[in-house]
Ligand binder design. Structure first.
Ligand SMILES: Cc1cc2nc3c(=O)[nH]c(=O)nc-3n(C[C@H](O)[C@H](O)[C@H](O)COP(=O)(O)OP(=O)(O)OC[C@H]3O[C@@H](n4cnc5c(N)ncnc54)[C@H](O)[C@@H]3O)c2cc1C
Length: 533
C-alpha cells in the first residue's frame, strides 16, 4: 500500500531546494543581462518564485494536523515537479546543473505517487481561520448562497445587470467598508483584519459568482486605498464614509486603447481651467462605469510627455448613474466660460465576467472641480504612485476572487463525479478523477493559505511583492482548476445550464486584469527579485 506518512521535514527540504534554485537563477539572470534580455526564463522564474512562496505558506499550514500535512506535501511535490519542467534543458540559464533536483527526488516520488494522491480525494482541509474571520466567512457564504447564486446564471446568459438587491445587501453587510478606517465610517481597525476580512469576504462572494458578487468590492477598495494614501483630510471625509456604506460606488478608469500594461504612457489629458480641470481622451475597459457614481481616473496633468509617469495625477470624477447598455451624458456649463462636457460609455461584450460590464469611455471637455484632484496640489504628478498603491490591494483581492471561483468549480466537479456513472462506476471511483480532484483541493488550500499570509503581511505594511506573486500564481491555477472541473463534467461541462461552464470562462479573465500575467511576472516580480539579488 503506497500511502506514506506525510513527511513535512522532507517537504521543507524540498522548499529550501526550490528557493535555492530561484536564488541561483536570479543571480544568473543578473549576470546574463537582466529581465528584458531573458524574458522567457525571467517569466518562468517569477512563477517559480511565486510557487515557492506558496509552498512555504503551505508548510506552515501543514503543521496544523494530519490532513493539512498531507495536502501540504502533495502541493510541495507538485510545485517542485513543475519547477523541474521549467528548468529542464535550460539549466545554464538557471545557474544550476542537471542534478539539482536529486535531493528532493525521493520526497517528490512519494508524494506524487498516484495512489497517494487518489487516497487524499475528498480531504479538503479546514481553513483555520480565527473565530471572528470564520464568522465573516460564514456570513458572506450565506449571502452568496442565498442572494448571489440564484441570479448568477440568468445574468450570465442574458448579459444582464447586477440586481440592485445584491448591492444594497452587501452594503448592509458592511462589505464596502471593510478597508475604510473606523474614523471615516468603515470597519477597518488598523490590525490584520483590514486585509484579511476583505480576502475572506471576497473569496466567498466569488464562490457565489465572479461577475455579480466577488468583484463588487474591488473597485471601491482600490479607490479607498488611494484616498487613504494620497487624499486630503477633506477628501477622505467627503468620500470614504459614503464609499463605506455603498451609497457611492466606484469604477476605475486607467487603461486606454493604446496603453494597458504600460500604464505610465496614458495620454488622456487633464487641462487646468477656472475652478478645475477639463478631461479629454478615451479610456477603455472601465468596469462597472455605468452604475458607478465615481470614476477613479488616471490622467496626464503635465502636457510634457517626457515626464512619463511623473506627469500623471488621479481624479475622482463624479458622474450620473447610467444604463448598463451604454450611456451618453452632457454637462451643463451654467454660464461658465468653458465648452460643454460630454461623456459617452460604450459597453464591451465579453466571454464571461458578465454583470459588471466594462466600457470604453470617451471624455470630451468633461469638467472636474479642483477639489476632485486626489491630494489637491500635493497630488499633482503622484497619480501613478497612488494608482499602484491601490492596485497592490486589488491584486491580493483578485487572488481571493480566483480562490473563490476555484472552490466553486471544485465543488461542482466533486459532486458531479460522485453522481455520474460511466463504464458501470461513478467516475469519482476512477483513479484519474480522484487524483485530479485531490490536486484541485491541494491547489485551492495552498493558494488560500498564501492569500491569508499575504493579507497579514500587507496589514503590517509589507507584502507588496507577495501580493503580485499570489495574484500571478493563483490566477493561472484557476485556469487549470476550472478547466479540469469542466472536463470532469464531460459534455455537460460545455452546456451553459451547468455553472461550471461559467466558472471556466470567468476564470479566464483573472490573468488579464489587475496586471496582465506576463507584465506582472516580468515588470514586477522578476524585476523585484533581481533588484534584491
Ligand atoms: C474584463 C476586463 C475588465 C477590466 N477592468 C478594468 C478596469 O476596471 N479599469 C481599467 O483601467 N482597466 C481594466 N481592464 C484592463 C486591463 O487592466 C488590461 O487589459 C490589462 O492591463 C492589459 O492591458 P492591454 O489589454 O492593453 O494589453 P497589452 O498591454 O496590449 O498586452 C497584450 C499582451 O502582451 C503582454 N505584454 C505586455 N507587455 C509585455 C512585455 N514587455 N513583454 C512581454 N509581454 C508583454 C501582456 O501581458 C498581454 O498578454 C480590464 C480588462 C478586462 C479584460
Amino acid at each position: 500500500m503506497s500511502d506514506p506518512p506525510p513527511d513535512l521535514s522532507a517537504a521543507a527540504g524540498a522548499v529550501d531546494l526550490a528557493e535555492d534554485v530561484v536564488s541561483r537563477a536570479t543571480k544568473a539572470l543578473v549576470q546574463q543581462g537582466g529581465v528584458d534580455a531573458n524574458q522567457t526564463v525571467a517569466y518562468d522564474l517569477a512563477h517559480a518564485a511565486s510557487a515557492a512562496a506558496t509552498a512555504r505558506a503551505s508548510l506552515a499550514y501543514g503543521t496544523r494536523g494530519e490532513t493539512e500535512a498531507r495536502l501540504a506535501c502533495a502541493f510541495v511535490a507538485d510545485a517542485v515537479a513543475d519547477l523541474a519542467t521549467r528548468v529542464f534543458g535550460r539549466e545554464a540559464a538557471w545557474g544550476v546543473d542537471d542534478r539539482w533536483m536529486a535531493p528532493a527526488g525521493p520526497f517528490v516520488a512519494a508524494h506524487r505517487e498516484p495512489a497517494y494522491l487518489a487516497s487524499l480525494c475528498g480531504r479538503e482541509g479546514p481553513r483555520h481561520l480565527d473565530p471572528d474571520f470564520e464568522l465573516v466567512a460564514e456570513t458572506f457564504h450565506r449571502f452568496a448562497e442565498q442572494q448571489v447564486r440564484p441570479h448568477a446564471e440568468h445574468v450570465h446568459r442574458t448579459n444582464g445587470d447586477i440586481p440592485e438587491e445584491i448591492i444594497t445587501g452587501l452594503g448592509e453587510l458592511g462589505a464596502f467598508g471593510l478597508s475604510v478606517p473606523e474614523a471615516y465610517g468603515g470597519f477597518a481597525t488598523g490590525g490584520e483584519s483590514d486585509y484579511l476580512g476583505m480576502v475572506v469576504a471576497t473569496e466567498e462572494l466569488s464562490w457565489g459568482s465572479l461577475g455579480i458578487g466577488g468583484s463588487l468590492i474591488t473597485r471601491p477598495e482600490i479607490l479607498t486605498r488611494a484616498l487613504l494614501y494620497g487624499g486630503t483630510e477633506e477628501q477622505k471625509h467627503r468620500w470614504l464614509p459614503r464609499l463605506a456604506t455603498g451609497e457611492l460606488l466606484a469604477a476605475v478608469a486607467v487603461t486606454e486603447p493604446d496603453f494597458g500594461s504600460d500604464v505610465a504612457g496614458v495620454v488622456t489629458s487633464a487641462t487646468p481651467v477656472e475652478g478645475g480641470w477639463l478631461i479629454n481622451g478615451v479610456k477603455t475597459w472601465s468596469t462597472f462605469a455605468a452604475r458607478a457614481d465615481l470614476l477613479m481616473l488616471l490622467a496626464r496633468t503635465d502636457p510634457d510627455r517626457s515626464q512619463g509617469h511623473r506627469g500623471l495625477s488621479v481624479f475622482v470624477v463624479d458622474k450620473p448613474r447610467g444604463p448598463g447598455a451604454g450611456f451618453l451624458f452632457h454637462q451643463d456649463v451654467g454660464g461658465a466660460p468653458r465648452p460643454a462636457g460630454r461623456l459617452e460609455g460604450r459597453p464591451i461584450d465579453t466571454l464571461g465576467y458578465r454583470g459588471m460590464h466594462s466600457y470604453e469611455l470617451a471624455f470630451e471637455n468633461w469638467f472636474v472641480p479642483e477639489d476632485n484632484l486626489v491630494g489637491r496640489d500635493d497630488g499633482l504628478g503622484r497619480g501613478f504612485y497612488l494608482q499602484m498603491q491601490g492596485f497592490e490591494n486589488g491584486r491580493l483581492q483578485t487572488a481571493a476572487r480566483a480562490v473563490g471561483v476555484m472552490q466553486a468549480a471544485y465543488e461542482a466537479a466533486r459532486d458531479y463525479a460522485a453522481g455520474r456513472v460511466v463504464f458501470g462506476s461513478p467516475i469519482i471511483d476512477y483513479q484519474l478523477t480522484r487524483t485530479k480532484l485531490t490536486r484541485m483541493a491541494v491547489l485551492i488550500q495552498a493558494t488560500r493559505q498564501f492569500s491569508y499570509q499575504v493579507a497579514r503581511l500587507m496589514a503590517s505594511g509589507q507584502g507588496m511583492l507577495e501580493a503580485s506573486m499570489v495574484k500571478a500564481y493563483v490566477c493561472r491555477a484557476a485556469e487549470w482548476v476550472t478547466r479540469e472541473a469542466l472536463q470532469i463534467h464531460g459534455g455537460m461541462g460545455y452546456a451553459e445550464e451547468f455553472p461550471v461552464s461559467r466558472y471556466f470562462v470567468d476564470a479566464r479573465v483573472l490573468s488579464i486584469f489587475e496586471g496582465a500575467d506576463e507584465t506582472l511576472a516580468l515588470k514586477v516580480i522578476a524585476r523585484k527579485l533581481l533588484e534584491g539579488a
